[in-house]
Design a protein around this ligand. Structure first.
Ligand SMILES: [Zn+2]
Ligand SMILES: [Zn+2]
Length: 242
């Protein structure tokens, strides 16, 4: 598409609408580097170079096909998860970008972060459905948006793999980030269930979330998905650690 403003390529209604939306977003939420705040890009070349990304399409195996780590750490992965992929470690510009995206209303980062996430999905074998890790409705009201759902919808758009809000949180849970590792599994155990009318019969599903720490949340979601008929569960996240 012609984005120079010279108007040489025909502009469809949808294309024009998207261009207007993206211009408004750029004006209201100007791109700034999550690492150093420099204007113009979501991450500048220097900050990007300072944090090695694990799973961009450019990254070269070998790494473990299940846990996605260069040095296999499958023994720490919940048994229910068939694969985990992260864009990078929870550190540097990526950590700042996630905090701004999740807690400071900077949803304009959705495309950039979602595109990185889509890159990690390329190494997951034949996923059928993307399932965002659900937010409890109370937290959704407080925050005004669901960051995992925004990411999943962007990844769906880039990859063509459909996203389905197949899971719900059946009870409010304390924020995992505020708990010690030992308390996290109990906090989310049994906190998820299949949404009414959801059919996951035989589907290979991939959970979408922002951060993976102990894996407790992904495991609890995975168990709910398997109980709803899914045949396999993987997870893609922006960052691992935290
Ligand atoms: Zn920077
Ligand atoms: Zn492994």
């Amino acid at each position: 598409m012609d984005t120079t403003g010279t108007g040489r390529s025909p502009m469809t209604g949808r294309g024009l609408c998207e261009r207007i939306v993206s211009t408004v977003v750029d004006v209201v939420f100007p791109r700034r580097c999550a690492g150093c705040e420099r204007r113009g890009e979501w991450v500048c070349a220097e900050c990007l170079a300072a944090l090695p990304l694990a799973a961009l399409p450019l990254a070269v195996p070998p790494w473990c096909d299940r846990c996605g780590e260069a040095h296999c750490q499958c023994d720490r992965l919940p048994a229910v998860l068939g694969a985990v992929r992260a864009v990078g470690p929870y550190d540097g510009w990526l950590r700042s970008a996630i905090l701004a995206f999740k807690y400071e209303g900077e949803t304009a980062r959705t495309e950039h972060l979602g595109d990185l996430l889509a890159g990690t999905l390329a190494s997951v074998e034949s996923p059928d459905i993307l399932v965002p890790v659900p937010l409890h409705r109370r937290r959704l009201r407080e925050r005004g948006y669901d960051q995992a759902d925004l990411l999943a919808r962007r990844v769906a758009r880039v990859t063509g793999i459909p996203t389905v809000r197949a899971l719900v949180r059946t009870r409010a849970t304390a924020q995992q980030a505020r708990l010690g590792a030992g308390d996290r599994a109990g906090n989310v155990a049994g906190a998820f269930a299949a949404a009414a009318g959801t059919q996951l019969q035989g589907a290979r599903i991939v959970l979408v979330d922002d951060v993976y720490t102990t894996g407790s949340t992904a495991a609890a979601c995975g168990e709910a998905a398997l109980a709803a008929g899914a045949s396999w569960v993987g997870a893609v996240v922006l960052a691992r650690g935290g």
